[in-house]
Structure formats: structure tokens, C-alpha cells
Design a protein around this ligand. Structure first.
Ligand code: PFF
Length: 462
């Protein structure tokens, strides 16, 4: 164990940082829209069950593995896997995955930053025109916004675990909650908002089918930042005296609560402005909802509350999305950064320079793959149609590799690390060092049906 490894200074620091990772763009728009389209309260119940019975155990396994190893995923798998090649591969995959996901998430975060600046500058009317998003993604202004986002992220990460990630989370997460509550309160006072609440909450079990169930599990898995090596890395910054199980539970509850509360903002806003909305017609894509649909909602709102007030509301919305995205991005970039520090034995500063260069180059490739650079926009005939670099990264890493990484950690616990070790790790830091029913459940589930379910999701995506 490295003597100098930094640790979170408190349990709350860890919880806010991990919740910051989990609460992302998916919570604000993706979850509420998926719930409304797929049976409202019925979807919420299924989602909550998945969080509790499937995702929480995987989350605790990742955190336990990280704390036991005191290393980021690459070395954690290598050391606890006793150097076996297959586990080294799993560690490698858990390092490269967050890097690639960071690329496409960075592109979206840079767009959000651009929209934030534009709405702050009073250009809401332009953002709401149908052609705007298409022009925006093909504009070289992207580079300026990218520089801005890169500076903010490096500013946080250079501070390390306590003075960087933990401190930023302690400021940004309460700010995020405040903005969310502010927007929910405001939206619920609009006429017809409650029709949206009704659509969101009233259960319709007839909508539930195999693909909805599959989608709910995938959404819960991503939303809790599983399979990305993040919780292994953050777990490695956890002190031995800290209680992993309680912390994990609080992170899962916070993430789910934010997604749920976001539904009380997103749906009522849509229904207040477009009372005739048919939930079926809402786009599945968070990207098109955020960048095409929402500016229109805010512009339409200006008819009743005035342009200035609508611009303020839009600015708060994009700031909320930006904060959610930044805290997720920081967590995901920390994984390859800390792996690089460990593997090459270099300082955080050096690792961030290398990471910054690699990430910037790939982000530019992905960002210019919407038409600016034809080579990148028709990158491959992957899956039978020509796809941009951005789409390929999304499909391969987000859709397919995440469940695979989840499956690998279950197999690792079951066959290499052994379940008793995980249980012992989870019990450490508990008030009485006794194995609770939850820990027993985790050890049973991780070694039996969870890997089977993840294997099914993985095979469905390939
Ligand atoms: N939990 C995040 C979300 O719901 O958006 C998932 C995530 C994606 C975390 C990308 C970090 C990240 F860079």
C-alpha cells in the first residue's frame, strides 16, 4: 500500500464526491423522460428495485475492491488478481473505458457550457431556433468553450483528492440541490404543470415489457456510475475506518432522489408549455431534449413571464446541467489520471498534462465528427450504417462495455478475490464489525444472479 495515498477527509466528503459523479446529465432529463414514456410510477418502482437489488451490490463491490487494493482499477485488478493476465485485462478495460466515456461526455459538457454562456448573454431566442444546434456543433467556437471547460476541470483535479475533488464537491453539490429545488418550485407554479406530475407519477403497468425492464436496469447502472472504474478509484481514497456500506447506500439514495426530483421539474415544464404533449413523442435522446427542446420551452415561457425572467430560468437550467456534468467529468477523468500516476510513477501535475493532451485531441476528433471533418463523420460502417466517431464511442463504450465491466467485477469477486473477502472488507468500518443482512445479500447476489443479468444485458447490446 502506498504510504502517501491521499484519502477523503470525511465520509461526507466521499459521499458528496461519489454523488457528484453519479448525478449527471442523465438524471436531469434522461431519467424523467424514460419514466414518463414507460409507465410513470410503474417504471419508478422497477427502477428503484433495480437500484436496491442489483446496482447497490455492484457499487459496494467496486468500492470494497478499491479500498482493499488502495489503487486505481489497473493496479487493483493486477495486485488482487495476483498478476493473472485475464484480470490485468479487466483492469486495463476499467481504465480505458472511463477515458473513452470522458471523451463523449466532454463534448456534451462543452456544448452545455456554450449554451450556458449564450443564455446568460441573453441569446435565448437564437438558441430556440430550429437550425441553431446544427450550426452550433459545426462551429469552431467549440474550441474556445473546450478551453474553458478544460481549465475548470484541471483547476479542480490539480488540487488532488481533498483540496480538489472533495472541496469542489462540497461547494458544487449543495449548489446543484439548491438550483434544482428552485427550478422545481418555480415550474410547479406554472399553469398545467400538475398534468406533467400526473403523467410522471401515475403507474401504467401496461407499458412494462422486456425492453422497458432492460432499459430501466441499464439506466440505473449508468446513473450510479457503475462499470466505469470510478467507484474503485474513489473507494481507494476511502479510509479503513470509514463505513462503505452506509456511504454506498447514501450515494444510491441521493442519485435516485435527484433523478426523481428532476422529474418534478422536467415533465411539468414540458406540460405547462405544451399542454397537448403526448409523452410518446418525447425524444429518447437527452442531447436533443437539452439542446433543441428546452430552449424552446424557455422561450415559450417568456410570453407569460417576460424575456428577461425566462433567460434567467434558462441560465439556471444550463448552470444546473453544467454543474452536474462537471462533477461527473471530474470523477471519470480521475480514473485514468490516477492510473497514470501509479503506473508511470509521475506527479499529478504531469499526469494531468498527458491526460489533458490526449483528451483534447480525442474530444476535438469526436466534436468535429458532426460534419466539420468528413473523415470523422463517416468513420465506419459499424452496425451496418455509417457512424460518426462520437456515435461509435457512445455505442461501444457506453452501451456495451459498461455492463461488461460490471460483469467482470462480479466474476472477479466470485472466482478470484472470493466473496468472504468482500464481506470482510464491507464489514470493516461498520459500527460493530458484524456482518449485516445487506452484506450477506451482496455477497450472495454478486456471486450468483447479478452476473447472469449483466451478461444478458451485455449480449443484448453486441
Ligand atoms: N452517472 C452519470 C450520469 O448519469 O450522467 C454517468 C456518468 C457519465 C458519469 C459520464 C461520469 C461520466 F463522465
Amino acid at each position: 500500500m502506498s504510504a502517501q495515498r491521499e484519502h477523503f477527509s470525511s465520509k461526507i466528503g466521499f459521499i458528496l464526491a461519489a454523488a457528484g459523479s453519479a448525478v449527471g446529465i442523465g438524471n436531469l432529463v434522461g431519467f424523467p423522460v424514460a419514466a414518463t414514456k414507460n409507465g410513470g410510477g410503474a417504471f419508478l418502482l422497477i427502477y428503484a428495485a433495480f437500484v436496491l437489488f442489483i446496482c447497490l451490490p455492484v457499487m459496494l463491490a467496486e468500492m470494497g475492491l478499491g479500498r482493499r487494493a488502495q489503487h486505481s482499477p489497473y493496479r487493483a485488478y493486477a495486485e488482487l488478481g495476483q498478476g493473472l493476465k485475464r484480470w490485468r485485462m479487466a483492469g486495463w478495460l476499467a481504465t480505458i473505458t472511463p477515458f473513452m466515456i470522458a471523451v463523449f461526455y466532454m463534448v456534451i459538457t462543452v456544448w452545455i457550457f456554450g449554451y450556458l454562456i449564450q443564455s446568460f448573454a441573453g441569446n435565448l431566442d437564437q438558441l430556440a431556433t430550429p437550425e441553431y444546434f446544427g450550426q452550433f456543433v459545426n462551429d469552431y467556437n467549440f474550441v474556445a468553450y473546450l478551453v474553458g471547460v478544460t481549465i475548470i476541470i484541471n483547476f479542480i483535479l490539480i488540487g488532488g483528492v481533498r483540496k480538489g475533488i472533495e472541496r469542489a464537491s462540497k461547494i458544487l453539490m449543495p449548489t446543484l440541490f439548491l438550483m434544482l429545488v428552485l427550478l422545481v418550485t418555480f415550474v410547479l407554479t406554472l399553469d398545467n404543470a400538475w398534468a406533467g406530475v400526473e403523467f410522471y407519477l401515475v403507474p401504467d403497468f401496461s407499458k412494462i415489457n422486456g425492453s422497458v425492464i432492460n432499459g430501466a436496469l441499464a439506466q440505473a447502472f449508468f446513473s450510479l456510475s457503475l462499470g466505469m472504474g470510478i467507484l474503485i478509484t474513489y473507494g481507494s481514497y476511502f479510509r479503513r475506518s470509514d463505513d462503505i456500506v452506509t456511504s454506498g447506500k447514501l450515494v444510491a439514495v441521493t442519485d435516485t432522489a435527484v433523478a426523481f426530483i428532476a422529474g418534478l421539474m422536467t415533465l411539468p415544464a414540458i406540460f405547462a408549455i405544451y399542454p397537448e404533449t403526448n409523452p410518446e413523442s418525447l425524444s429518447d435522446s437527452s442531447v436533443s431534449m437539452i439542446f433543441s427542446f428546452f430552449p424552446n420551452i424557455f422561450l415559450a415561457l417568456s410570453e407569460s413571464i417576460g424575456y428577461a425572467a425566462a433567460s434567467v430560468a434558462a441560465t439556471i437550467f444550463f448552470l444546473l446541467a453544467f454543474v452536474a456534468a462537471i462533477t461527473s467529468l471530474v470523477s471519470i477523468i480521475e480514473v485514468p489520471t490516477s492510473s497514470l500516476m501509479e503506473k508511470k510513477n509521475i506527479s499529478r501535475k504531469q499526469a494531468l498534462v498527458y491526460m489533458g493532451i490526449a483528451l483534447t485531441v480525442l474530444t476535438l476528433i469526436a466534436a468535429t465528427s458532426f460534419g466539420l471533418v468528413p473523415l470523422f463523420s463517416e468513420f465506419t460502417n459499424y452496425a451496418g450504417s455509417s457512424k460518426s466517431v462520437f456515435d461509435v464511442i457512445y455505442d461501444v463504450f457506453y452501451d456495451t462495455i459498461l455492463p461488461l465491466n460490471g460483469l467482470l467485477i462480479c466474476l472477479f469477486v466470485r472466482f478470484r478475490w472470493k466473496r468472504a473477502q468482500l464481506t470482510a472488507e464491507l464489514s470493516e468500518g461498520n459500527a460493530n464489525y458484524q456482518t449485516s443482512w445487506l452484506e450477506k445479500y451482496v455477497s450472495f447476489a454478486i456471486g450468483t444472479f447479478i452476473p447472469l443479468i449483466l451478461a444478458v444485458i451485455f449480449t443484448n447490446t453486441v
